[in-house]
Design a protein around this ligand. Sequence first.
Ligand code: NAP
Ligand code: MG
Length: 494
Amino acid sequence: MKKKSNKKDLKLKFDTTWEYAPAPESKDHVKINTRYDLFINGKFTAPDSGKYFDTINPATEAKLASVADANQKDVDKAVKAARSAYENVWSKMPAKERGKYIYRIARVMQERARELAVIESMDGGKAIRESRDIDIPLAAAHFFYYAGWADKIKYAIPGADSRALGVAGQIIPWNFPLLMAAWKIAPALAAGNTVVLKPAETTPLTALKLAEIIQEADLPAGVVNIITGAGATGAALVNHPGIDKIAFTGSTDVGKIIQKAIAGTNKKYTLELGGKAANIIFEDAALDQAVEGIINGIFFNQGHVCCAGSRLFVQESVMDTVVRKLKDRMETLIVGDPLDKNTDIGAINSKEQLSKIRQYLKIGVNEGGEMYQSSCKVPSKGYWCKPTLFTNVSQSSRIIQEEIFGPVLGIQSFRTVEEAIEKANNIPYGLSGGVWTDKGSKIFKVTSQIRAGVIWANTYNKFDPTSPFGGYKESGMGREGGLHGLMPYLELAE
Ligand code: NAP
Ligand code: MG
């Protein structure tokens, strides 16, 4: 007898995503105080203003802690503490002793890595996989790397007598809170400076945990001071006459304000500003590998990355294939709870940033762009943006020219190598880029003609403390990382 086929049973369901069971990282080992004061002269000190602001978890909108809002008097106190520590302790200490303290900070950071990763994800919204595997290990690696430099600086610059600048004022953004603090503090200390650091308003918690680590490492009081607050606190730091150097990472607009504010003063400065990186895929590239790199380059950390590959140029003959593969891969991305180990894309950092991204999505559509978003579900509370791509955009589109700082990719085609280079360079920014091809000669041609500080070939978003990082054009000036990153904290006498 012929067996009756059960079409229903036989029908395979080709769901594009697997349903993973929730795998949340535990919060049990994490301690967040209800209130944080300013870290000045080795102690947590109540702010002169008496004011505190809330930092929230952007994935739940729940308040995490109250954080002190530093005013001008607090900034003054912190700068004076840093000056006194510089003159009386840090500049008198042998370089190899300074190095030992920096190593100690690195080791305590490693010991407390899990706690730091969870707090980074809670305060800023990034997926735990990133804070755990990228942000925190790289932050510790920067302290280890620069600890090693402390007693070798005089050998690294033959014939020149180098000395520290004094007190560095450092201002950082919210996209890599602890990593940016490490980029700033580690080289400054290794070069013999003391610092006053201001973290971003929406992500102050890991910097305050770093203050606890600094206490645990017994760093002499006043060598590192951490003051929380909003833009006004940053401006007070920039304008304080007791500062010898400003190290700023943030938007190009604020970078310009800082440049104007310190013009005509003796203050040295480095500015790490915005970006609008181009990825270029040639027809001879390994396309699946390239698609994976593009996905990583723009959706990693919700696109809150200065070097995010937010523009994509694809050689015309493979345009349709690449766009199809990108859409397929976007469908498999998991957007949601940043503390879940399966999450690819966490929460947008703040309500303000989400509304800025949404405005750009509208602008893109109004300009005639064709928008595609993955069909994933997003939680009802919190700030979320689905991975998005735009086709049918032109060089003059605002979503191609302006930094969105969200998970939004603009795709255009090209025919020749020259056209790709010209289009990639047609932008006020020059921070980073990527090229995907099987041919070494194309890699050399493209990387030597694109005006950007970092260009990756057949990979993307790779960082290492030994490698300098920084921009051309409106992406800033000066380099961080490697030996280059020490130079802006040193004065050289012939
Ligand atoms: P932002 O608005 O410029 O803020 C950066 C920092 O400056 C924050 O701590 C901010 O405080 C403070 N600030 C604001 N106004 C100030 C003023 N007038 N004077 C002194 N400080 C002031 O930038 P964001 O939105 O936080 O960060 C995103 C930007 O950073 C993007 O453009 C991105 O490309 C750039 N970025 C660049 C790099 C790089 O290496 N090139 C790396 C990461 C990010 P509040 O938090 O209170 O506003
Ligand atoms: Mg927060």
